[in-house]
Ligand binder design. Structure first.
Ligand SMILES: [Fe+2]
Length: 204
């Protein structure tokens, strides 16, 4: 009897932060809008870079100190990232992964975020706060793609483990984690309203 093992697995960790986190998610939604409205430097950055919406990525590096809802979120994220590290069998030499950046993304209708990785980090992720109907899923790319010189394309209904691109459709309250080298993009936001999320990086 033959046996096929899956080697070099790429982990995508998913958790629905419902129930007990409902109040926190509401607080974060409110905070994101208030902070975006107050952050003139961030708005100017988005304008200068033609970013279709708002991000605090380049303007604010103190969200957990600035707002208790973010501090509460980071406590929750710490637990999930530790679980991710256990699942991936990371040998952290007695240390743990800790957050090195966290930022707000408000993507306008028609906005998108081109393919990228998150350098200088180990685990990256996103929590979705507002994910309206028609909003774009996050699309991950097989990191071996540049080596697939003569590899056939995959069938449209291929199992996700065999696909070269995998889209994860979040809901409000979904948390996704992945290793920071994994290339991903947000295709065009076809929703009529803003797509709001919080992204973050953990380092070692
Ligand atoms: Fe990203």
């Amino acid at each position: 009897m033959s046996h096929i093992e899956s080697l070099f697995v790429t982990h995508l960790y998913r958790e629905e932060l419902g129930g007990g986190s409902r109040r926190l998610l509401k607080d974060l939604q409110h905070s994101c809008r208030v902070i975006a409205g107050d952050d003139g430097a961030g708005q100017n950055w988005a304008m200068a870079k033609k970013y279709p919406g708002y991000t605090s990525y380049a303007s604010l590096n103190d969200l957990p100190e600035r707002d208790p809802a973010f501090a509460e979120l980071v406590e929750i994220l710490d637990g999930h990232v530790a679980e991710f590290a256990r699942t991936a069998d990371f040998d952290l030499g007695g240390r743990r992964l800790s957050i090195n950046s966290i930022w707000i993304n408000i993507l306008d209708p028609g906005g998108f975020h081109a393919s990228h990785i998150h350098p200088h980090s180990v685990v990256s992720g996103t929590v979705y706060l507002e994910f309206p109907k028609g909003a774009s899923a996050i699309k991950f790319e097989d990191p071996r793609l540049p080596m697939m010189m003569a590899a056939p394309p995959r069938k449209p209904r291929a199992r996700s483990r065999n696909q070269t691109f995998v889209s994860a459709e979040p809901k409000t309250g979904t948390l996704l984690l992945w290793e920071s080298w994994l290339r991903h993009e947000v295709p065009l936001n076809a929703a009529d309203s803003e797509r709001i999320s919080i992204s973050f990086n953990y380092g070692w």
